[in-house]
Ligand binder design. Structure first.
Ligand code: GLU
Length: 293
């Protein structure tokens, strides 16, 4: 009797265990299914229909950021992960793609004027920018650093004290550097206010010169008009020629998103696609292909 009871208990335990196993498995399966099913629908709104009718998606991209947006000066061909993303969006829409080279200073004007439909150009998502434009989920995260001439003997944030740094107008760079210098205790940051910060007016421990594009900053570094060149590492890479080095500091994570017109149907459409490509490994594939990690 005792034996039979034990056996029965054992059996029901085994059943319970296997049932649990099945349930867990079933749950896993459901989760996978739900994930696949929860992709937001790709709704063709009026603004998207306009792109389809036009037959061309117009995208603002960089032309000198290797692995992101790079234009071959001989062939005129663009390449990089941001170019690939643009091509995939166009493919999904069933249209051609037309690239316009943008800079940090021109990209939002071109989007606002309707000359381009979106910006895929190392464009960092910030709360302030979100007030004016929509950004997709980030597809890449970079960091800011500083490029100097070896002859300057600047090697870290401390070495930048009282120096003049070249940055691009319309970029996050100056603010990021000031915040990093405050955090590292190089400057006290008294008088720093993230909301009102203006690179042109900042003189506390470091000052800035703003340029319209990166080649101009590189030239200014060469001619000692500035002591250092600060921007995202991905952008600096092409200017790190012989006799130039990064200082020993990387700061201010820069999450890149596709920027579109605020509250447009196209914003939701693009975000759905970016999420799809983040989930299915397409974006990771680009990061690997262009050796961006
Ligand atoms: N990614 C930074 C920004 O959006 C640097 C500027 C640039 O992308 O050229 O401000």
């Amino acid at each position: 009797m005792k034996m039979r009871k034990l056996l029965a208990l054992g059996l029901s335990l085994a059943m319970a265990v296997s049932l649990c196993g099945t349930m867990a498995f079933a749950e896993e399966e459901t989760e996978v299914e739900t994930e696949a099913e929860t992709e937001a629908p790709l709704v063709i709104t009026e603004d998207i229909q306009e792109i389809i009718d036009r037959g061309v998606l117009r995208v603002g991209v960089k032309n000198a950021v290797e692995g992101f947006g790079y234009q071959d000066t001989l062939t005129g061909e663009y390449s990089g992960m941001e170019i690939d993303i643009a091509n995939l969006i166009a493919e999904e829409l069933g249209v051609d793609v037309e690239f316009t080279t943008v800079t940090a200073a021109t990209r939002t004007e071109l989007l606002d004027s309707g000359d381009i439909d979106c910006v895929i150009a190392t464009f960092t998502i910030t709360d302030e920018r979100r007030e004016s434009w929509d950004f997709s989920t980030p597809y890449y995260t970079d960091h800011v650093t500083v490029l100097v001439k070896d002859s300057s003997e600047i090697t870290d944030l401390e070495g930048l004290l009282d120096k003049t740094v070249g940055v691009s107008s319309g970029s996050t760079s100056a603010r990021s550097l000031v915040e990093a210098m405050i955090e590292a205790g190089v400057i006290d940051g008294e008088g720093y206010d993230a909301e009102t910060f203006d690179a042109a007016l900042w003189t506390d421990g470091v000052s800035f010169r703003q340029y319209d594009d990166y080649p101009a900053i590189s030239t200014a570094l060469e001619s000692d008009e500035i002591d250092a060149f600060c921007v995202d590492k991905s952008i600096l890479a092409i200017y790190k020629t012989e006799g130039r080095s990064y200082i020993d500091a990387e700061f201010a994570p820069q999450e890149y998103g596709v920027a579109t017109t605020k509250d447009s149907g196209f914003s939701a459409y693009v975000d759905t696609l970016i999420n799809r490509w983040l989930n299915d490994g397409t974006i990771d594939g680009f990061i690997e292909e262009y050796a961006l990690d």
